[in-house]
Design a protein. Structure first.
Length: 152
């Protein structure tokens, strides 16, 4: 399931909901990404995430479908926020459930690596020195590239 929203999410509630009644699930992997107060030496006052509605959901659905094709996951939840957020606020939630932990861990990590590089979100950071758009990072590209050669 994919949700793109401005509103904050409740991680505990989302975890309970995805696992409700699923006694066959043996492993659940969860990742929460949050706005950091510092980026390098710069203090961040806020971050604004922009996206193109429709295009974003389509890209996230394709990423989810790829994970489902690679690992025997029972369920996947991706919640990604947009809009202006302050340090400490959560941006993204990924939960993967599976009969076994390895599939849940791998699918969750894959989803985050691909979300960082393939999801059409643009980040504007507000700081003491002004506002600036965040460039793609080589380390994120490297993390995503490893999935191009790994088998599930």
């Amino acid at each position: 399931m994919i949700r793109v929203q401005q509103a904050a999410f409740d991680t505990g509630h989302e975890l309970q909901a995805i696992r409700a009644g699923k006694t066959h699930v043996g492993g659940t992997a969860l990742f929460v990404g949050s706005v950091r107060e510092m980026t390098g030496d710069d203090r961040i006052a806020a971050m604004t995430l922009e996206h193109y509605p429709g295009m974003t959901e389509k890209a996230l659905s394709a990423i989810e479908e790829e994970a489902r094709g690679r690992w025997p996951v029972d369920d996947v939840l991706i919640v990604h926020r947009h809009g202006r957020m302050l340090p400490g606020e959560d941006i993204v939630l990924v939960i993967c459930t599976s009969a076994h932990r390895e599939a849940a861990f791998s699918a969750c990590q894959f989803l985050m690596d691909w979300l960082k590089t393939k999801a059409p979100f643009w980040k504007l950071e507000e700081g003491k020195g002004g506002n600036h758009w965040v460039d793609a990072k080589t380390s994120d590209d490297d993390a995503a590239a490893r999935w191009n050669t790994q088998a599930s």
